[in-house]
Design a protein. Structure first.
Length: 108
């Protein structure tokens, strides 16, 4: 009878060892699958982030180019207006300003 109990305990231990081994194998497979899934998710988020950054940079470039074009148009218009001024009128205006400043004591 003692031998029967010893055999039963041995079978139970063997079954327990098998269950533990199976659980370890399943855990390792699950960990590997999770690692793979985490890597896929990381790559997807990185790709989405890069696309968002590219879209932002593209928009910024378009907006900057548009603003620079507007500044250039404004500068050309201002230059055209300055070029169209009568030099004698500009000289008279400068002389009047200087005369006024001298009378106010602001310029020697």
């Amino acid at each position: 009878m003692d031998e029967n109990i010893v055999q039963q305990v041995s079978r139970i231990e063997a079954e327990a060892d098998r269950i533990v081994s199976e659980a370890k194998r399943s855990a390792a497979e699950l960990e590997e699958a999770l690692d793979s899934e985490v890597e896929v998710l990381r790559q997807e988020r990185e790709r989405a982030f890069r696309q968002q950054m590219q879209a932002f940079n593209d928009q910024l470039k378009r907006e900057t180019a548009g603003k620079l074009d507007q500044i250039e148009r404004d500068a050309k218009r201002a230059m055209a207006q300055l070029d169209s001024l009568d030099p004698a009128a500009v000289e008279r205006a400068v002389e009047l300003i200087l005369k006024h400043l001298r009378e106010e004591g602001g310029c020697q």
